[in-house]
Structures are given as C-alpha cells and as structure tokens.
Design a protein around this ligand. Structure first.
Ligand code: SF4
Length: 117
C-alpha cells in the first residue's frame, strides 16, 4: 500500500493531527496533477498495487475535485486499487456539491474508488 498525501491543510483542527492548517500557512501544500502522477509513478515503479489517497479537509474541495483525482490516477494506473478519502472529506465535498453522501459515493465509485462502503 502506498499513501498519497495530495495536500497538507485541513479546516478541522483535531488536536493530535498536524494536518490542521490554513491554506496560507507556509507548511500547507497542495499537489498539482503532474506532481501526483510523478509520485504515483514512483510508487508503481517500486511495486505499489494499492494507492490510499489522504489529505485534510480542504475548504474548496467538491466531488468534482475528488472525481478528477480518481480519473487521473485510474487513467494512468488502471490495475492499481484505489482507496481513500475520509468520511469527513467526502461529506464536506458532498455538501459543497449540493448532494447527499450516497450520491457522492456513487460518483466516486464510478470514477474508480475501490473502497467498499
Ligand atoms: S486531517 Fe483528519 S485528523 Fe487531521 S485535522 Fe483534519 S479531520 Fe482531523
């Protein structure tokens, strides 16, 4: 399993976690598509057969964004299993997209999320 942290930053501030940062914090980051694919290729070259996508709760992330990430990775690595996104991440993105969790999960599964719900 390989864990891709595609951004560091989170609107939630759990006391035990270093991901809780504002977008303008110097320690926050978000990876663009090129960087994500480069990291994924490196993992695949080292034998990764499963990607776990994790990040904080991004204030601007909607379901379209997560769908894009899945289509991006599945397009390049169709044989790799993809798990990821916390329930909080999906819930906040579903709210931002004006849909319920069930609809959001169906969209993500159709885009390549292999996590069983
Ligand atoms: S990334 Fe998860 S654990 Fe960390 S602050 Fe955000 S919600 Fe909490």
């Amino acid at each position: 399993m390989w864990i891709l942290r595609f951004w560091k930053g989170c609107t939630v501030r759990c006391g035990f976690c270093a991901f809780g940062k504002d977008a303008d914090d110097p320690d926050a980051y978000i990876l663009d598509d090129e960087a994500i694919l480069a990291k994924a290729q490196g993992a695949a070259d080292n034998g990764a057969r499963e990607f776990t996508l994790m990040g904080g709760v991004h204030p601007d992330a909607d379901i379209d964004y997560y769908e894009h990430l899945l289509l991006l990775l599945k397009g390049e690595f169709p044989e790799v299993m993809i798990h990821g996104f916390s329930p909080t991440m999906i819930n906040d993105a579903a709210v931002a997209s004006g849909m319920d969790m069930a609809e959001a999960c169906e969209i993500l599964k159709a885009a390549g999320l292999d996590t069983k719900f």
